[in-house]
Design a protein around this ligand. Structure first.
Ligand code: ADP
Length: 231
């Protein structure tokens, strides 16, 4: 059970994005996915969520194969994509209503998630009127509205100011308490604050997969580990 990834390979033309990536994640783990730009993090996340098809390899979500059982696996996952694509013309509640229709969940969930991600004061605004931090909350709201067991968050605090970063981090910590989370980020404090384990990708390969404590035993901090391992 949990997430099992076996020998995942993906090429875009001649560009190798994932090179025989294998690991597994137990239910309830919060895992930081790190790596330099171009390492393959987004490609891996999109493969797990079935937004793209890998060339070879297998992904199992709670024993369901992502390619063979896309509906079942998509239902188990909430995804906050890189750059958080939203319909800017829609009102917050209107957008979340649209998501409840697509994901076939009751409309009663809308006010519940608005409350959970701290959007109550902004819920009557158009998405384009929101600050970047609040747009990010809308992205998190759509990811959790179907109560998925697994959350995949691709750089959820990218481009936010330091206060917004701390606020979104608190929201993630709260909603991640009972979920399996894979989170990509370039902010090492974020990994230390939220994750128990780190998977480090470089040039499409997993080059380290260990707990934060194991990294602490070997390096003075995560930044040094990242720098040493990915140079
Ligand atoms: P990361 O998320 O770690 O920055 P990506 O998964 O976005 O890495 O990219 C991995 C590699 O695949 C990079 O070399 C990138 O340029 C390439 N790549 C990603 N998406 C595409 C695409 N749609 N077409 C061609 N190359 C791509």
């Amino acid at each position: 059970m949990g997430i099992i990834i076996k020998d995942l390979t993906k090429k875009y033309g001649n560009q190798l994005a994932l090179d025989k990536v294998s690991f597994s994640i137990k239910n309830g783990e919060v895992v930081g996915l790190l790596g330099p730009n171009g390492a393959g993090k987004s490609t891996l996340m999109k493969s797990i969520t079935n937004a793209i098809n890998p060339d070879t390899g297998d992904i199992l979500i709670n024993d369901f194969h992502v390619t063979n059982s896309p509906i079942e696996t998509k239902k188990m996952i909430g995804f906050l994509q890189e750059n958080n694509p939203l319909y800017m013309e829609m009102y917050v509640k209107e957008y979340l209503e649209f998501v409840t229709n697509v994901r076939e969940v009751p409309k009663t969930k809308i006010d519940e998630v608005i409350e959970k991600v701290g959007l109550t004061k902004e819920k009557h605004k158009k998405i384009q009127q929101l600050s970047k931090g609040y747009k990010q909350r809308v992205g998190l709201a759509q990811a959790i509205i179907s109560s998925p067991e697994i959350l995949i968050l691709d750089e959820p605090t990218n481009g936010l100011d330091p206060n917004q970063i701390l606020e979104i981090r608190d929201v993630i910590r709260e909603i991640g308490k009972e979920k399996t989370v894979i989170l990509s980020t370039h902010i090492m404090q974020e990994v230390e604050a939220l994750c128990s384990r780190v998977i480090l990708l470089n040039k499409g390969k997993v080059i380290a997969d260990q707990t934060i404590e194991e990294f602490r035993g070997q390096y003075s901090n995560l930044e040094e580990a990242f720098h040493t391992l990915t140079q």
